[in-house]
Design a protein around this ligand. Structure first.
Ligand SMILES: NC(=O)c1ccc[n+]([C@@H]2O[C@H](COP(=O)([O-])OP(=O)(O)OC[C@H]3O[C@@H](n4cnc5c(N)ncnc54)[C@H](OP(=O)(O)O)[C@@H]3O)[C@@H](O)[C@H]2O)c1
Length: 245
């Protein structure tokens, strides 16, 4: 088996996902750039290759079962296994004025759309990639979550957690809960799965507001993607350590 680690990052064409791909590439991983738009995908692969990363394109829309199946088949053909899966692709869903999602007037279709990408997309991709991950000597799965997923922080009036986001924030709480269920299911395996909080990062997602760079936002996910075999699983981390559920 080749020593080079094979990684797949979803939503890797820009923002935090791109920097996770770049960071794993800099560590010597061969990186599948999961992205749904052909032009954006190819431009990211080109940019990563120019930076010295062994990158390959993986057409991938996490909401589309056929696209996910095709992506797994492509990785099987290209690499034969997967060592690292980073479920990064995510959306906030439409916001009301003031960048809030008011629960009292919530559009249920908006909730469905956000959950379809942020939660069901992760299950869809993870389960499709599992046969490839199981061929790795040390599989790692990272789910890119958010500080707003933390019910402890949301419930503490002394903590500044940003606006009410009744679709997006619970979608990431749901993702965290799933991360724990996967970790329990993987208890007797060598698969480590954790959730990563990037902090508030200036990307398209935030209208480029936020104190952190995409590179800084990628750091925790990269660390969790490269954990040693005795590393943690079923937990939620940010730069400073564990985030309370
Ligand atoms: N920025 C922050 O402050 C912040 C904070 C906490 C958590 N996060 C999380 O970090 C992750 C990355 O966010 P970001 O800030 O880097 O946002 P971003 O710049 O908007 O990037 C999001 C990425 O997800 C992709 N994506 C969305 N829906 C997809 C789908 N159905 N299939 C495949 N790819 C899809 C986008 O692709 P397209 O280019 O095709 O749209 C894009 O590559 C998200 O999960 C987000 O929730 C961000």
């Amino acid at each position: 088996m080749s020593e080079t680690k094979i990684a797949l990052v979803t939503g890797a064409n820009k923002g935090i996902g791109y920097e996770i791909a770049a960071g794993l590439g800099a560590l010597g991983h061969r990186v599948g750039v999961g992205a749904r738009d052909k032009a954006r995908r190819e431009s990211a692969v080109e940019k990563l290759r120019a930076a010295g990363v062994d990158a390959f394109a993986v057409p991938l829309d996490v909401t589309d079962g056929q696209s996910v199946t095709d992506a797994a088949e492509l990785i099987e053909r290209q690499a034969g296994r997967l060592d690292v899966l980073v479920n990064n692709a995510g959306i906030s869903g439409d916001m009301d004025p003031g960048w809030v999602q008011d629960p009292t007037t919530l559009d249920l279709d908006l909730v469905r759309t956000v959950v379809e990408t942020n939660v069901l997309g992760v299950v869809r991709v993870t389960n499709a990639m599992l046969p490839l991950l199981r061929r790795s000597p040390s599989p790692r799965i990272v789910n890119v979550s958010s500080a707003v997923a933390s019910l402890t922080r949301q419930a503490d009036p002394d903590i500044e957690i940003g606006p009410v986001m009744a679709a997006y924030a619970p979608s990431k709480t749901f993702l965290n809960a799933l991360t724990v269920q996967y970790a329990r299911q993987f208890a007797d395996t060598n698969i480590l799965i954790n959730a990563a909080c990037p902090g508030l990062v200036a990307t398209d997602f935030t209208g480029f507001h936020g104190p952190r760079t995409p590179e800084q936002g990628a750091a925790t996910a990269i660390r969790l993607a490269t954990l040693p075999d005795d590393g943690p699983t079923g937990s939620f981390f940010e730069d400073d350590g564990v985030v309370p559920w």
